[in-house]
Design a binder for this molecule. Structure first.
Ligand SMILES: Cc1cc2nc3c(=O)[nH]c(=O)nc-3n(C[C@H](O)[C@H](O)[C@H](O)COP(=O)(O)OP(=O)(O)OC[C@H]3O[C@@H](n4cnc5c(N)ncnc54)[C@H](O)[C@@H]3O)c2cc1C
Length: 305
């Protein structure tokens, strides 16, 4: 784990404190608070704070005065209804604040999600740590031959070793030069804001990231998906577990309608209807392109041998 004893002591002290409050709290996410969940070789996700629970969603939907006027069992049904019908604003009533440590190339993908509040570690002000993401051998994959934006089988033998050596050596050399440039030992020392340009994209950065549940679900829908790059997907998967413990009804609806669900075009719906009526439908008679047909068949034939 990438934490120093001093950092761990700070976390332990924070976890040892508790406050009495009238606000809604959720035991499932209280157990995550401040803990650093490891991701990749040096990264982590920590929950710093949260606001709201499943009831906050239904309270807002009903604009109620208290915890709600209906039974808990109805809350789950209402949340499923809201999710099914894209009635999204009640989900914005819940918020979560995270501390994330991640490689810069993952951060570049993550930061594209604009509907969050971010404050990143300043490499103008502070010195970056000597920590680089080096993929595990199984994750050192070749370029995919079917998807330009994907990866295939893991590299093997001499090639795998050569790539790993280059990744380690280049990172080490770049950091050595970074340190040498900022050093004020017998020289002026280059400004940190300039010296950092020499560092590779696998160096780790950190930020606080605050987002509401609606936009977090959007992030998870895209980044926990099989098409997302593995290095961001593992963060999304860690977050999925946290969200499941925080708002179990909302997460379950999200899992059902978004993560596990599929969206069909009007042509897709027409094809399903024709198939159910016993007609043979092919790509040529579907009105879909080859790529669209392949994706459609992946949905309707999933699980077939
Ligand atoms: C598998 C995958 C591959 C990708 N490949 C590429 C790539 O090759 N190149 C690339 O540049 N990006 C790529 N992206 C990034 C992608 O295009 C989006 O930028 C990213 O997923 C963030 O999505 P978003 O804009 O919906 O999210 P957010 O920024 O969180 O926005 C959420 C929603 O808010 C609304 N919104 C937010 N800001 C605005 C705005 N200014 N105007 C109007 N509506 C707004 C939109 O409805 C948006 O969907 C890829 C993403 C994925 C998941």
């Amino acid at each position: 784990m990438p934490l120093t004893p001093a950092q761990q002591a700070e976390i332990d002290a924070q976890r040892a404190r508790s406050n009495e409050t009238r606000r809604a709290t959720v035991p499932g996410i209280e157990s995550h608070l401040y803990t650093a969940h490891p991701v990749l070789d040096h990264g982590f996700i920590r929950v710093i704070d949260y606001m709201g629970d499943d009831s906050a969603i239904t309270q807002a939907a009903r604009v109620s005065y208290g915890r709600g006027t209906k039974a808990v069992s109805n809350d789950e049904g209402l949340i499923r209804y809201l999710m099914r019908h894209w009635h999204s604003t009640p989900f914005e009533m819940c918020e979560i604040k995270l501390h994330v440590k991640l490689p810069v190339f993952v951060a570049r993908q993550w930061i594209r999600h604009r509907t969050a509040n971010v404050n990143e570690y300043s490499a103008r002000y502070s010195i970056l740590d000597r920590e680089f993401y080096i993929p595990a051998p199984d994750d050192l994959a070749a370029q995919s031959v079917v998807n330009n934006q994907g990866r295939g089988e893991a590299l093997t033998g001499d090639e795998a070793q050569r790539v790993l050596d280059w990744l380690r050596d280049d990172s080490t050399r770049a950091y050595d030069h970074y340190e040498a440039m900022i050093s004020q030992d017998g020289q002026q020392g280059l400004a940190r804001e300039l010296a950092r340009m020499n560092l590779p994209a696998n160096i780790y950065t950190q930020w606080y990231w605050k987002v509401d549940l609606h936009n977090l679900f959007h992030f998870l829908r895209l980044r926990a998906d099989a098409h997302a790059q593995m290095e961001i997907r593992v963060y999304a998967e860690t977050l999925c577990q946290i969200v499941k413990d925080w708002v179990p009804f909302a997460y379950s609806a999200f899992e059902d309608y978004r993560l596990g669900g599929a969206q069909l075009s009007a042509r897709g719906v027409d094809c399903v209807r024709r198939m159910l009526a016993g007609q043979e439908v092919t790509q040529e008679t579907s009105g879909m392109s080859k790529g669209e047909w392949r994706e459609f068949m992946d949905v309707v034939r999933a699980g077939e041998a």
